[in-house]
Design a protein around this ligand. Structure first.
Ligand code: PRX
Length: 649
C-alpha cells in the first residue's frame, strides 16, 4: 500500500467532493479565461477590491523584471479590508474570534475593527508617522498585531512585521536595514502557559543600535501585565495613546504601487532579504487566491490559519486576503500543546471551524502524538484543509485527510513563497483532484513550469527547476535597498527567457501535475543521480518507527554527495540498534531505489528547526561533514545541535 502511495507513477487520487464541485467559487472555466487573456483575467479579479480611483492599465512590464500592476489606480488597503464591509451593512459580523493562550477570548466584529484601526491610525499620525515611513511590528498573535498592520496601511506607512520569536539581534538588523521610525511591541505574550517577555528584546535591539537607531518611539501593548522597563522619553503605552484617540478617521487613497510592507526572509547568504510588496496587485492576488483555493463562503465559513503573522502566510492569509474577502476567522495566540495536546481540536469544535490552513510540520507533530487526541473532538464542521510551507509527505497528507478531515475534506497543498505573495500552485478544491504529495497545477492566471538547465520545459515524468513564466499581481517588486540582489537572485538564472527562478526543484508526473521536491540547495547529487532530501525524508517517515526525518547531502569524494539521515523514532519495540538502522536503509531502498539508501542514519532526540518549523539542514550538513556547526541563532532550541552531536558519537 505504502509503495503505491509513494509512487508518483500511479498516485492515489481524491476527486473533488461532488457538492463542493457543484457550487464551487471557481470552476474549470477560470483556467481558460485566464489563458485567453491573462491581463483581462487579473483586471476582473482586481474588481473584487474597491478602488478610490479606477486603473486604466493592468500591467506595465516594460521595465521587467520590475512590474507595475494597476499602476494608475488608487486605493486604501485598510478600507478594503475593513470599512467597506461595515458600509455594506456587515459591521456586526465577527472578523476575529481571538483565543488567548491562557483561555481569555475576545470577539472583534468588523465594526470593532474599524474603530480600533481608526484609533490606531490617528495615534500613529499624532506620533508623526505618515506615508513613506517604516514601522516595525514585534508582537505576539493578538488582535493588536492586526490592528497595527492595518493602521499602518491606512495612513500609507510601510510595515515590517518581525516574528516575535526572533532575537534582539535579528530585530536590530531589520530595524536598521529598513530605518523604522516606530516600533510597536508588547510587554510580552503567552507561550506554553507562561508569560514570555518581548519589550526587553526591543530595548536590547535599540541599545545595540545606539546612536544609529532610527527609532523615535516604542508603542507598547499591555498583554501580560508583567513589569517591563519603561523609558519615558521614547516609550508609550498603546492603551494611553490608542484608546484615547478618535475612532473617526478618513482613509486616504494611495497609488496601487505604494509600498505596503517589507518582509525579511532568509536567503542563501547570511543577510536576510527585505522582500517588498505593494498595494493593489498584492491585495488582488491575496484576495483572489483566498476566495478560489479555500472556496470561501464569507457568510458561513469559519476560517483558521494557524500561521504566525510574523510570516508571509499570516500577512496574505490572515490579514489581507481573508479580510479583503470579509471572512470570519479564528486567531489563536499560543502553541498546539498548551495547556493540552488537544487545544487546536478543542478550538475547531468550539468555533465550528470549517476551513483550516496549517503546515506539514504541525501535522507530523500531531501524528507523533497519536490520533486518539483529535479523535476525542467533534471535527465535523471542517470542510476543507490546506497545507503550506514545505512539501507534505503522502503519509502526513493521508493522516490529515483521514484523521482531521474525516475522509470528506479535500486537502489543498498550496505552493508559494514570501516572494510570490500569493498562492501559485495548488489544486482548486472544486476542480482539481488531490494527489497526496502534489501541489498539482498552477492556479488560473499563473504561469509555472519545470525546466532543465537550459530552461527547456521537461517532459512529463521528469524533474527540473521550478520557474514562473509570467508576472503575477502579488509578485515582489524588489528587495528593499538592494535591487541588484533582486535581479540577481531571481531573474538571472533564466534571464534570456524572462523566467523567475523559484529556487525549488520539482517534477512533473505522467499527468503533468507538479510535485515540489524542495529547495534546489537541498537537492543532492549522488553518483550523478538527482535525489531530493524531502523525497528520502518522506520514504523514511513512511516507516512505522519514524516520526520525523531530515536528510542532507554531505560531500563525498567518490559519489559527489552521500545521503545522511537524522531521524526521530516513535515509541516502539525498543529496537534502536544496528538492526533497525539496516531495516531503515532497506526501507528507503525499497521505496525509492538503492541509490537513495542513506550512507548513515543517526537516531536523534530532536531536529534543528527554525522558529517557523523549517529544518535547518545546513547545520546537519555541518555535522555530517565533520565541521564545527555554524550560526545557530535562528534555531528555536539552541541546545538541539549538542544533542545531535552527542548522538553522532
Ligand atoms: O521550498 C518551498 C517551500 O517553502 C519555500 C518558501 O518559503 P517561505 O518564503 O518561507 O514561504 C512559506 C509560506 C508560503 C518554497 O520555496 N514551500 C512552500 N509551500 C510549499 C513548499 N514546498 C512544497 N510544497 C508546498 N506547498
Amino acid at each position: 500500500m505504502t509503495e503505491k502511495l509513494l509512487s508518483t507513477d500511479h498516485p492515489i487520487r481524491f476527486e473533488p467532493p461532488a457538492d463542493l464541485a457543484a457550487a464551487a467559487n471557481v470552476t474549470e472555466a477560470a483556467y481558460a479565461r485566464a489563458e485567453s487573456d491573462v491581463e483581462g483575467f487579473w483586471a476582473e479579479q482586481a474588481e473584487r477590491l474597491t478602488w478610490a480611483e479606477p486603473f486604466t492599465e493592468v500591467l506595465d512590464w516594460s521595465d521587467a523584471p520590475h512590474a507595475r500592476w494597476f499602476a494608475d489606480g488608487k486605493l486604501n488597503a485598510a478600507y478594503n479590508c475593513v470599512d467597506r464591509h461595515v458600509e455594506a451593512g456587515r459591521g456586526d459580523k465577527v472578523a476575529f474570534h481571538f483565543v488567548g493562550e491562557p483561555g481569555d477570548t475576545r470577539d472583534l466584529t468588523y465594526a470593532d475593527l474599524k474603530d480600533e484601526v481608526s484609533r490606531a491610525a490617528n495615534a500613529l499620525t499624532d506620533l508623526g508617522v505618515g506615508s513613506g515611513d517604516l514601522v516595525a511590528i514585534y508582537l505576539p498573535m493578538i488582535p493588536e498585531a492586526i490592528v497595527a498592520m492595518l493602521a499602518c496601511a491606512r495612513i500609507g506607512a510601510t510595515h515590517t512585521v518581525v516574528f516575535g520569536g526572533f532575537s534582539a539581534e535579528a530585530l536590530a538588523s531589520r530595524i536598521e536595514d529598513c530605518r523604522a521610525k516606530l516600533v510597536i511591541t508588547s510587554d510580552g505574550g503567552y507561550r506554553r502557559g507562561t508569560p514570555s517577555p518581548l519589550k526587553p528584546a526591543v530595548d536590547a535591539a535599540l541599545a545595540r543600535l545606539g546612536g544609529q537607531s532610527p527609532v523615535e518611539h516604542v508603542l507598547v501593548v499591555r498583554r501580560t501585565g508583567e513589569y517591563v522597563p519603561f523609558d519615558d522619553a521614547t516609550d508609550l503605552w498603546w492603551h494611553d495613546v490608542v484608546d484615547s484617540a478618535s475612532p473617526e478617521h478618513t482613509p486616504e487613497a494611495f497609488d496601487a504601487e505604494h509600498p505596503l510592507y517589507v518582509m525579511y526572509s532568509s536567503g542563501t547568504t547570511g543577510k536576510p532579504k527585505g522582500i517588498l510588496h505593494t498595494t493593489g496587485g498584492y491585495l488582488t492576488g491575496a484576495a483572489y487566491t483566498h476566495h478560489a483555493v479555500f472556496d470561501l463562503e464569507p457568510d458561513t465559513d469559519v476560517y483558521w490559519c494557524t500561521a504566525d503573522i510574523g510570516w508571509v502566510t499570516g500577512h496574505s492569509y490572515i490579514v489581507y486576503g481573508p479580510l479583503a474577502n470579509g471572512a470570519t476567522q479564528v486567531l489563536y495566540e499560543g502553541t498546539p500543546d498548551s495547556p493540552h495536546r488537544g487545544r487546536w481540536w478543542e478550538i475547531v469544535e468550539q468555533y465550528g471551524v470549517t476551513l483550516l490552513y496549517t503546515a506539514p510540520t504541525a501535522i507530523r507533530t500531531f501524528m507523533k502524538w497519536g490520533r486518539e487526541i483529535p479523535d476525542g473532538y467533534d471535527l465535523s464542521s471542517l470542510r476543507l484543509l490546506g497545507s503550506v510551507g514545505e512539501p507534505i509527505n503522502p503519509e502526513a497528507y493521508l493522516w490529515y485527510r483521514n484523521v482531521v478531515g474525516g475522509d470528506r475534506c479535500p486537502v489543498v497543498d498550496t505552493w508559494w513563497q514570501t516572494e510570490t505573495g500569493q498562492m501559485m500552485i495548488s489544486p482548486l478544491p472544486g476542480v482539481t483532484a488531490g494527489k497526496p504529495g502534489s501541489a498539482m497545477r498552477p492556479l488560473p492566471g499563473i504561469g509555472a513550469d519545470v525546466v532543465d538547465e537550459e530552461g527547456r520545459s521537461v517532459p512529463n515524468g521528469s524533474r527540473g527547476y521550478l520557474v514562473l513564466t509570467k508576472p503575477w499581481p502579488a509578485m515582489l517588486r524588489t528587495l528593499w535597498q538592494d535591487d541588484d540582489r533582486f535581479v540577481e537572485t531571481y531573474w538571472t538564472r533564466f534571464a534570456d527567457l524572462g523566467y523567475y527562478f523559484a529556487g525549488d526543484g520539482a517534477k512533473k508526473d505522467e499527468d503533468g501535475d507538479i510535485w515540489i521536491l524542495g529547495r534546489v540547495d537541498d537537492v543532492m547529487n549522488v553518483s550523478g543521480h538527482r535525489l531530493s532530501t524531502s523525497e528520502i525524508e518522506s520514504a523514511l517517515v513512511s516507516h512505522p518507527r519514524i516520526a520525523e526525518a531530515a536528510v542532507v547531502g554531505a560531500a563525498d569524494e567518490t559519489t559527489g554527495q552521500a545521503v545522511f539521515a537524522y531521524v526521530i523514532l516513535r515509541a516502539g519495540d525498543g529496537n534502536t540498534g544496528e538492526a533497525l538502522i539496516q531495516e531503515l536503509r532497506g526501507h528507503v531502498a525499497k521505496e525509492i531505489g538503492a541509490i537513495a539508501k542513506p550512507r548513515q542514519i543517526t537516531i536523534v532526540p530532536e531536529l534543528p528547526k527554525t522558529r517557523s518549523g523549517k529544518i535547518m539542514r545546513r547545520l546537519l550538513r555541518d555535522v555530517a561533514e565533520g565541521r564545527d556547526v555554524g550560526d545557530t541563532t535562528t534555531l528555536s532550541d539552541p541546545n538541539v545541535m549538542a544533542l545531535i552531536a552527542a548522538a553522532e558519537g
